[in-house]
Design a protein around this ligand. Structure first.
Ligand SMILES: [Zn+2]
Length: 337
C-alpha cells in the first residue's frame, strides 16, 4: 500500500498569467486573472468575480509536495472548464486553446515524472477542433477534455461526430467534464449548479453519447466521465426502464440498451462516498474506475483517494483504481513509471 503507484487523472491547472483575451479579441467575457495578493488570484469573467484560486491552481512546483503527502507522484492536468470558451468566435477559441495547450505541454516537459496533460479544443468548429487535435497528438498529448454540452448542444449532434472519429483515429482519450450547467439561471442559490446541475450535466452527456449511437459507432473511443459519471450510474435503473417502456422516445437512434454500455467507459472516483463507489465498482467493474479528484477545488477529493484506501478493497483492485485503469484509459501513456 505504502509504495503503491498513484496517478490522479482529474485535476485542473491554469497558466499563472493569462493574456487579456477580451482586449485582444475586442469582445466577450473571457476569463482573466487578478493577482491581488501573494499566492492568491481572482478569476474574473469579464467584470464578474468567478472564483478565487490559490497558487496550487497555477504553480506546478507547489502541487508536487501537496500530492507527495498522499503518496501520489503523478497528476493528469487539464484546463478549468470555464476556459473552454466554446461561445467565442471559433478562430479566437482556437487561439485561446492553443495558448492553454502550449502551457500544459510546457509543464509536462518541465516535470515529466509528475505531469501528464489533456488538451482543450474548439468544439464549436469541427474543422478547427480536428486541426488542434492533430497538433495535440504531435505534442504528445494522450487525450483531451471536453464539456458536457457545447453551446447547449448535446454531444450526440452530428457536427461533433467527426471530432470523435478523429479522436478514435488519433488514439486520443476523452474526459467529459460538466460545465455550463442546465438550469443554472433558475437555481443560483445554495450552490445548486454545482450540487445538482453538474451531476445532471454529466448524465446528459453519457445518455447523449449512448442514445445518439456515438459509443456504438465508435466502440474503440475511450470516454471517461468526471465525478464518477454524475447521476448516470445511480439512475441507470430509471434510464434502462425508460428505454424499455418508451423505445419510441428513447431508442430512436440506437437500439442497444443503455445497460449494455456499463463497463465500456471509464469514470473517476470523485464520489466522497465509499458506498456509492462500491456500487459503481459493482456496476461497471473495477477496471473502469480511475483515481480522479478534481484537485485543487473545494468540491474535490483533496485527500487524493484516501477514502478508497480505507474501503478494505483487495490490493489488486486498488492497483487498478490508483493507476492501472488510467494507464489503460490513456493507452499506456504514463509519467513517473
Ligand atoms: Zn474538474
Amino acid at each position: 500500500m505504502e509504495t503503491m503507484h498513484k496517478i490522479d487523472m482529474h485535476t485542473h491547472l491554469l497558466p499563472e498569467r493569462l493574456p487579456n483575451f477580451a482586449d485582444k479579441f475586442g469582445y466577450g467575457d473571457f476569463i482573466h486573472l487578478q493577482h491581488h495578493r501573494p499566492g492568491f488570484a481572482r478569476m474574473m469573467k469579464g467584470d464578474v468575480f468567478f472564483r478565487e484560486i490559490k497558487s496550487n491552481c497555477w504553480d506546478p512546483a507547489v502541487r508536487i509536495p501537496e500530492y507527495a503527502q498522499y503518496k501520489t507522484p503523478v497528476q493528469v492536468v487539464c484546463t478549468i472548464p470555464v476556459m473552454f470558451s466554446y461561445w467565442a468566435k471559433p478562430a479566437d477559441c482556437l487561439d485561446l486553446s492553443m495558448f492553454l495547450n502550449d502551457h500544459l505541454a510546457g509543464v509536462v516537459e518541465d516535470y515529466p515524472e509528475h505531469y501528464m496533460a489533456l488538451g482543450t479544443i474548439p468544439m464549436q468548429d469541427t474543422d478547427l477542433a480536428v486541426r488542434e487535435l492533430q497538433r495535440l497528438k504531435e505534442l504528445g498529448f494522450p487525450g483531451v477534455q471536453i464539456g458536457s454540452n457545447v453551446n447547449r448542444l448535446n454531444l450526440s449532434e452530428p457536427q461533433f461526430f467527426p471530432i470523435f472519429e478523429a479522436c478514435r483515429d488519433l488514439d486520443m482519450a476523452i474526459l467529459v467534464h460538466p460545465w455550463e450547467m442546465m438550469g443554472q439561471s433558475d437555481m443560483s442559490k445554495y450552490w445548486l449548479p454545482w450540487l445538482v446541475g453538474m451531476p445532471a450535466e454529466t448524465s446528459r452527456a453519457v445518455c447523449s453519447l449512448i442514445f445518439g449511437g456515438v459509443m456504438e459507432r465508435l466502440p474503440d473511443l475511450r470516454f471517461c466521465f468526471a465525478h464518477a459519471g454524475g447521476s448516470f450510474i445511480p439512475t441507470i435503473g430509471r434510464v434502462q426502464h425508460g428505454f424499455d417502456c418508451r423505445p419510441d422516445l428513447v431508442a430512436v437512434d440506437n437500439a442497444v440498451p443503455p445497460r449494455d454500455y456499463l463497463g465500456r467507459f471509464w469514470v473517476d472516483s470523485a464520489t466522497h462516498d465509499p458506498q456509492l463507489l462500491r456500487y459503481i465498482l459493482e456496476v461497471i467493474g473495477d477496471e473502469k474506475v480511475c483515481l480522479g479528484t478534481d484537485y485543487p477545488f473545494p468540491l474535490g477529493d483533496l485527500e487524493i483517494g484516501r477514502f478508497i484506501g480505507e474501503m478494505g478493497l483487495p490490493a489488486s483492485t486498488l492497483e487498478k483504481i490508483f493507476y492501472k485503469n488510467t494507464i489503460d484509459w490513456l493507452h499506456g501513456k504514463q509519467a513517473g513509471g
